[in-house]
Write a protein that binds this ligand. Sequence first.
Ligand SMILES: CC(C)(COP(=O)(O)OP(=O)(O)OC[C@H]1O[C@@H](n2cnc3c(N)ncnc32)[C@H](O)[C@@H]1OP(=O)(O)O)[C@@H](O)C(=O)NCCC(=O)NCCS
Length: 195
Amino acid sequence: MARKSNSHEEVPKQLENSDGTDVTIRRMEPGDQDKMLSFASRLPEEDLLFLRTDITDKQVVKQWAENIKNGQTVTLLAEVNGEIAAYASVHLEQARWTRRIGEIRINGGQRFRGRGLGRRLTAEIFELARTLGLKKLTAMMTPDQVAARAAFERLGFRVEAVLADWVEDRGGHVRDMLVMTHDLEGFTDQVVAHN
Ligand SMILES: CC(C)(COP(=O)(O)OP(=O)(O)OC[C@H]1O[C@@H](n2cnc3c(N)ncnc32)[C@H](O)[C@@H]1OP(=O)(O)O)[C@@H](O)C(=O)NCCC(=O)NCCS
């Protein structure tokens, strides 16, 4: 994906997608709630099944906007013709001992997938996370999300843990949770067992 303007550090950015369409990457603002609800309403049921929070719910998106206002969440939007094509968020941990860990959540509209938007947004989130002083990013999904796992592996994440029965999906089914991580600064995450 070619960059059309601005240096790496700045958003908004104008980019050209691999299919030639113009993409704008910018921070989500509290005023983007209706646009986000409209994006969520276009997601197919199989995607909604696995969302960490139900972003088709107005109250959930309102809380998201509150989290943006108070700095607990930073979200980047990729827009095509003024419509949200994809977003990526980093959610910051409040507890002191995990304050260097951020959780990435990323979602692309179906017709915009496989065109480099996920990679682009992830690169921007990595940059942002570093400026926020984060050392490690986590991504949570279920083992059923085979495509998302493959994409995250291509983006430099690896499976760090599988938590049994941690998820109850939108349909009420219990599933395991896959915790994938990416170290931002060559930060070691090797577990050394001490007897
Ligand atoms: C995961 C997701 C964000 C990827 O977005 P995308 O715009 O399609 O990603 P890109 O086109 O930038 O691809 C990124 C890399 O993943 C790979 N990839 C993408 N989709 C893939 C798939 N279905 N299977 C295998 N690899 C895949 C690409 O080949 C690319 O690697 P490369 O650049 O080394 O070739 C998108 O599939 C999505 O929104 N999934 C549903 C939401 C979700 O499950 N999110 C994860 C939980 S936070």
